[in-house]
Design a protein. Sequence first.
Length: 368
Amino acid sequence: MDLLQQARSEIDRIDAEMAALFERRMRAVADVARYKAQTGKPVFDAVREAAVLEKNAARLQDEALRPYYRRFLQQAMDVSRAYQRAILGRGTAAYQGVQGAWSHIALRRLFPFARALSFTTWAEVFDAVQNGDAEFGVLPFENSSAGDVSAVLDLLYTHPGLIVARMCDLPIRQDLLGVPGGSLAQVRTVISHPQALAQSSAFLQQHGFATRPWSNTAEAARAIAEHKDPSMAAIASAETAELYGLTILAAGVNTEGDNTTRFIVIQRAAEPPVPTGDGQRLALLFTARHEPGRLAAVLDQIGTRGFNMECIKSRPLPHVPFEYYFYVQLVCPRGSTRAGCEALLDTLRADCSTLRLLGAFTLDAADQ
């Protein structure tokens, strides 16, 4: 037996042991779910998970393996949470659009075991989460090309009972989709969402295609599947092609190769989010006192305490002409703790009329 065969045999033995341990772990997870059902506790406990990651990663003797083990543990806890939600009947996530839309794709990658609920508008997604019809809502928050989705930010401001539980980046690759058996040479007209058409303008002009705007990329793909006309094609995702039985006639037609959409996950919370520090991002909504230098003082305190402000946005206050609220997103400094985060918030309250910790989360990649 050569070295490769020996290594594979060892991995097979370890996998067999892990399968038995996985079953034991999930039985314990089921007990946790039943306890939470009796006590009304939430499935996700940020402080507990951070402590588990830290404690277990420290058990490894090979320090080079610790970041990989942390990721392994994080994925194990993600699976455990999904199993708890299934037991408790809480595994429902809402999105705006139809199957195959980018919000639906993000939802499926973030919550592969959840039941997906489709809504027509972003406001309906917020209402579904607030009313308890869905545990989570998945919404676009910002695009690397088109900028922020201000309507979603305004909905966050007007729904104080909701928090941002997660944030993830999803690379956007648009493909040209046609009917099975069709070819690029047969296409005359391309339909899609106006933004997808704009992002693919160089490709469209190169081939001289006529264009027609559509409500969204997934609906455009569905229309192509229904009409079965080889002279028409849609710009949408590869996932949408599979969903509607279409053929990819040209891949990666959007000119922005680094086009990425940042999605947020919202959920109800009886209590504010719990910051744990190092590795987290904090999302804050605030209004500054209407006095000279107050906004500058807020921003100065953030920097003085070592927090990196990676973005700041201002939006008009609802029903208050020419006054504004602010959204800032902070990266917690290395080695920071819950106490350090709470000390920052206490300091900021002195210069803010209102301050709300909207979320404390890690930034994930939804393409993994």
